[in-house]
Every structure is written in C-alpha cells, then in structure tokens.
Design a protein around this ligand. Structure first.
Ligand code: WTA
Length: 696
C-alpha cells in the first residue's frame, strides 16, 4: 500500500464543524450531525420522496411521472420528465430577473504584455486578462454558437467533440451543445492526437470544436495542430470529421499556416469560431430533452483496452450535481460567494463543479486558464486575493506541490475571503490536509474531502461542512441518497477497520448509464463482481479499496484495478503499455504505479527491447533510450502519461499461463525485492520467475 495509507492508519484527529456565521456564511444548509443522519436515513428509505424533492429544484418543461425505474444495472430517473441542461444553468436565471448577475469570472494566464508597457502599481508587466460573463451573456453566446452548430448540421443526439483551453468559450461550447440536445465529449487539452482520434471514432463524432492554441505555463499548447494531426489519423481509419470549428485564442500561427473559413483539410471543412457566430442568430430556444437523453460522454481510463466513454443523462445528473454542489460547498445565491474549482473542464470535476453544479445554484464560478506556477508559484493565492474567492476546490497533488513551494507564498496574500476548502481526486495524506487547513484555511475553513468518480457524476462521500466532523484523510460519510458500503468479495459488510471493497448498493441519480457502445464492458467493469449476498442483486463496484472506521467514516485506500492515479489523473496501465510497444525498439512493456510524494503515484515501466533493433541501430539500453521512450509515450498519450522510471529487462517475468507477474514488478518497483538497483541497465527476472512460478 502507499505511504499515504500507512499514515492514515494512525490518524485520529477530529475537527468539529463551526457555526456558519463564524465563517461569514448566512447559514449551513445542514447544520448538525443529527440532521444529516435523519436526512440520510430518509433518503435511503424513501428515495422517491427524497429525490423527487431534489429534482423539483430544477426547471422542468414537463414533470416526471415516476422518480425511478430500476432493473439492475439499468436505472431510469425522473421517467417521462422533460428538461434542458442549458436552460437550468442559464436561461431560467435570466427569466427570473438575474440576467445581469455574474455567471463566470475568467482569468487568462498571460501577464506579460504583447506590447511592452508595465501597468503602474501592478506586480505584473501587464494585468492578466479578466472577463466577466453574466447569465445574459451566456444566454446570448450559447444561443449564437448553438445556431451556428445547427447550421453545420449538428442535430439532437449527435456527439460534439470539444478540445479546448480553459477559456469562457469552452463553457459556452458545452452549454451550446446542451441547448440543442447534442451530447458533448470534452477531451482534456493535454491529450495527444491519438487520444483525440480514438475518442472521436468511439463516439462516432463528426465535428470538433477547438482553438488555435491555449496558454500553459507561458507556452502555447498547439491545439489546432493536434486536431489536424488527429484528422490525418482519423482519415487512415476511414472516419470523416465533417467540420472543425476553431476559436482564435493565441493567434500564434504565421499567416502562411492560417486557414480561412471554408478551407478544407481532406474532407473536413475548417471554420473560425468568430465567423461562424457572426452570422448566427441569437434566437435559439433550449430544446426539450427527455430526462434520460444523453447529456455528455466523458472518456476515462480503464484497466483493459481503450478509454471508455462514460455516459451521463440529463435529469438524474443535473439533480444529483445541483444537490451535491449545494450541500458540500454550502452554495447560496445572492450571498456574495465566488466559487473556484481549479480543475480543468476536461475532467469530470470541471464538468460537475466548474460548470453545471455551480451555475445551476446561481453562484458565480471562477475559471482560470493556466498553470499554478505562472509567472510565479503564488499565482493561485494571488487569484484568491484579487478576486475574493470564497470557496476553493483543488487536488491533493496540487496541495503537496504548494507545500513544497513553501509556507511563505500563501502567507504573502490576504486570503481572508475564504470560507471553505475542498479536495478531490485521490486520497489526501493527513500532512497535506493539515497544511491546507493551516496555511490556506488559516485554521478557520472547514475542509471537504470529496470522494467520487467520473462514473458517479458527483460526490459520493464527503463531509457536509456544517454537520459532519472531519478527520484528516477521510472523506467521512456518504452523500445524502447514496447507500455506500465496504464489503468483501461476497458482498458482506465487513467489520470496522478492515480493508475491503467500496460499493454502492442502491442506484443514485448521477450514476453512469453506460459505457458508450459497450454494454458488456459496462456490466463487467461495474456490476459483474459483487452482489447483495441475499437478493443477488448486483452492487456498483467502484474499483477502490476502502475501510470504514468505528464512526462509519470511509478511508479510501486507492484503486484495486490496473489503473493508476498520477497527479490525480486516471491512467490505464494498458494505455501506457500500448504506447511503449508502438515504439519500434520495444518488444514488451509492463507498467506499474510507484508511490510518489507529490504525484501520489508515478509510472514505472518495465521494458524489454528487441535485440535486433538495438543492433541494427547501434543502440544500447541506456539513458538516452530511456529519454526517447519517455518522450514517445508523452507524444502518443499526453504529457501526463510520461513514465517517471523506465527499467530495462531482458524479458518480463511471466506465470506459466503467460501472464505478466505484475505484483512482482510492483514489488520490484517499490524496492521490496532488492534484486537490482535502478541504475543497472538490464534486470534479469529469470531467477525470480523460476522461484515464483505460480499464477498470480
Ligand atoms: C480517486 C475524479 C480518495 C478514487 C472525481 C476514484 C479519491 C478515482 C478521491 C476516480 C478522494 C477521487 N479520496 N480517492 N477524495 N476522489 N478519488 O474518475 O480512486 O478521475 O476511483 O474522478 O479517483 O477518478 P476520476
């Protein structure tokens, strides 16, 4: 197990909730443990009553007939109801007279002027670009883009691929899709062309929205170029993208490389965003969607094969996300709040808690385009100070990085506006939790450690800040309406403090409805392993190990499948292995995770090389080849997949049935088996393999 887990075993500090007014909140939505417990019991005993009341907080064109139809593993929530996601995030606020309120506050990354003059009194060479969009702005701009998409032939039910930087137009693109009933499939801007093409093929998507580039740590990420490279790959697969819509963000391409709207790349027509919306009508009503119509696909890594398109539908996702956002972050409109989630919208955290959950609650959401260390390591604290952020939500890996950068950076800034802090994405080690609480929250702000997954749509276990005492490193208790448990392989609840499997025993509205185009994988990944010991009804299995302590608090121990959380981002070992073996010199590769004090886990790849290739190219298994392989993976998958360590082996250790002995490799990588040092060029596993020739 990871270092994180060893330390959480000994953690027993408890932090009690404080009165809302002590923090400057008007009130807590739920303000005692008793109230939470009563509500949780009600939500489990009467799901129709509980979720009916939650769904009634949304605007429906037609009310549902039945709250839930459930034939495991298929749930239909708010059956017969009709609604629209964009309407719930934008239009209804305009109609209720809040059109002039701020919906999005956006800050761009660059702080150096393109023309050189310093701004008096600013620590930056020029003020960062800041844009504020009201609900009315969002209504107008999503309508225009939605009209433009319609004129390009996008219809209800189509999948629109979005590969963009963190700019307001990304939010507009997502909401415009929802407006006309097209599903969005957002691909994180750090992914490589292969990832774009794989996902577009799987989603049967015919249109891509992108930007010429995005700013990241002072550099330009060549998004349009990546899309054009993906187009070439797609053509080889016989998949045609009809249109690519490009937002001009960086304008970095020399004129010779630029296109004009209407130019083609193979069979694909290129359009500038500004041209497309210039002629588009801003009258574009939100279409009526069935509660169970697809809202979006979001690809996530699995333990085998290609990334899977997690499918979320409209009514259940919205009902769940508006509730979880409201309760975990104590969101209230008209209360001077400014919520900032630092995740990229390319991940589920950004979908649910940069956009949908926050906009539905009519609280302004802050979007920041760039890196935390540009131009200096205190950019986040600077943003919190200048914008007076009230709730801040980030990842443990970021917190550990901030710790490394030093206590003096947050100390330089006035962060007295903060009332609540959140974390997400991986287990947080108590040291990082305490540092966050002391140095960012100044000992004042409650911390909500929110455990959930792309598949769950929203928070599954988290402290509710006014009600649930916190323990550093624990995501505490289940969200209202969520029946979570830690069980053994037989589905039996196990005694307190023993390690087991994290399952959800009853359906919840935000649950995934499928893996796009792969029913079998949907069932085998999530529903095939653990059952109710009595009724034999399948449980949802999260693929996380966990324990529950004597207070019923959950302590997540991490993944039990072959995916690795690197800096909070899920990566399939298979994805990295396939990328490695696509290098002409690689015969075989096996990838395991090793604990890393900032990233949580890092990738260690064991690689056996083709001897004839080495000879033919006069290469050796040395550092230069290690470097080349690392770059190769970054190019094939994306920078976040770049292995930390490459270890060469003559052959990989296998069981008699030919399976790679991953557990052994994990032990070797973690230094448990002192077979060889990291510095030797070749590892010889033949001895161990002979010694341990048992099936894993
Ligand atoms: C892990 C991110 C411990 C877990 C929202 C899960 C966490 C996976 C936490 C999902 C947390 C997420 N404590 N572990 N608070 N939050 N995880 O799909 O292993 O990118 O299965 O969704 O992240 O990652 P995903």
């Amino acid at each position: 197990m990871s270092q994180n887990f060893d330390s959480v075993l000994n953690e027993n500090r408890v932090f009690k909730p404080v009165p809302a007014t002590a923090l400057g909140f008007n009130r807590w939505h739920i303000d005692s443990l008793e109230e939470y417990k009563a509500l949780h019991a009600f939500s489990i005993n009467d799901p129709a009553g509980f979720w009916g009341a939650e769904a009634a907080r949304l605007s429906w064109f037609r009310k549902w007939d039945t709250v839930l139809e459930w034939t495991a593993p298929d749930a239909r929530w708010f059956v017969g109801g009709k609604l629209n996601a964009c309407y719930n995030c934008v239009d209804r606020h305009v109609q209720a007279g809040h059109g002039e309120q701020t919906a999005i506050v956006w800050e761009g990354e660059p702080v150096a002027p393109r023309t050189s003059h310093a701004v008096a009194g600013s620590k930056y060479a020029s003020e960062p670009e800041i844009r504020r969009l009201t609900y009315r702005d969002l209504q107008t701009q999503t309508s225009r883009l939605a009209s433009a998409l319609k004129s390009l032939g996008v219809k209800k039910g189509d999948v629109v691929t979005i590969y963009m930087p963190m700019v307001p137009e990304l939010a507009i693109a997502i909401l415009a899709c929802a407006r006309i009933g097209a599903a969005h499939s957002v691909i994180f801007g750090g992914f490589a062309p292969t990832a774009i093409s794989e996902r577009a093929i799987d989603a049967e998507s015919r249109i891509i929205i992108t930007a010429d580039g995005g700013y990241r740590r002072g550099d330009i990420v060549p998004l349009q170029k990546n899309v054009e490279d993906a187009l070439a790959l797609l053509t080889n697969h016989g998949h045609i993208i009809n249109h690519v819509l490009v937002l001009q963000r960086t304008g970095h391409e020399p004129p010779s490389k630029r296109f004009s709207t209407g130019d083609t790349r193979g069979s694909t027509v290129m359009h500038w965003w500004h041209d497309a919306v210039a002629q588009a009508s801003d009258a574009c009503p939100c279409v009526e969607m069935d509660s169970e119509d697809m809202l979006f696909l979001l690809y996530t890594s699995g333990s085998t094969g290609k990334p899977k398109g997690i499918l979320h539908t409209t009514g259940g996702y919205l009902a769940f996300v508006q509730m979880t956002a409201r309760l975990a972050f104590n969101l209230m409109p008209d209360a001077g709040q400014l919520f900032w989630c630092s995740a990229d919208i390319g991940w589920v955290t950004g979908h649910s808690y940069v956009l949908y959950g926050i906009l539905m609650n009519r609280v302004p959401t802050l979007m920041y385009e760039g890196a935390p260390n540009f131009p200096q390591n205190d950019r986040f604290w600077d943003i919190i100070e200048r914008h007076r952020v009230t709730q801040f939500y980030t990842a443990p890996t970021a917190i550990r990085t901030f710790m490394k950068w030093g206590d003096d950076l947050p100390a330089k800034h006035d962060m007295s506006s903060l009332k609540l802090l959140g974390t997400v994405g991986e287990p947080i080690n108590p040291e990082a939790w305490i540092w966050y609480q002391q140095h960012i929250g100044k000992g004042r702000c409650p911390i909500v450690d929110t455990y959930w997954q792309t598949e769950t749509g929203g928070h599954i276990a988290t402290p509710l800040p006014g009600a649930i005492p916190t323990k550093p490193g624990s995501c505490t208790l289940p969200m209202l309406g969520v029946d979570a448990a830690v069980v053994n392989e037989q589905g039996e609840v196990i005694p307190a403090n023993s390690g087991g499997l994290f399952v959800i025993r009853k359906p919840w509205p935000g649950m995934l409805r499928g893996i796009y185009g792969n029913r079998e994988r949907f069932i085998s990944n999530y529903w095939g392993r653990i059952k109710d010991p009595k009724t034999k009804e399948p449980y949802y299995f999260s693929a996380d190990g966990a324990r529950r302590d004597e207070d019923g608090y959950f302590w997540i121990m991490g993944r039990v499948d072959d995916v690795i959380k690197v800096s909070g981002h899920l990566l399939g070992t298979m994805e990295v292995e396939s990328a490695l073996v696509s290098h002409p010199g690689v015969a075989e590769a096996a990838v395991v995770g090793v604990p890393h004090d900032v990233k949580g886990f890092a990738i260690c790849a064991f690689v056996s090389l083709k001897t004839h290739w080495l000879k033919a190219h006069s290469r050796n298994p040395d550092d230069s080849l290690r470097q080349e392989l690392k770059e190769h993976v970054a190019k094939e998958v994306g920078a976040l997949a770049r292995p930390e360590h490459i270890r060469f082996a003559e052959a990989l250790p296998k069981t008699r049935s030919g399976k790679i002995m991953r557990r052994l490799l994990r032990d070797v990588a973690n230094g448990v088996e002192k077979i060889t040092q990291d510095t030797t060029t070749l590892e010889d596993f033949s001895v161990v393999a002979r010694l341990r020739n048992d099936d894993e």
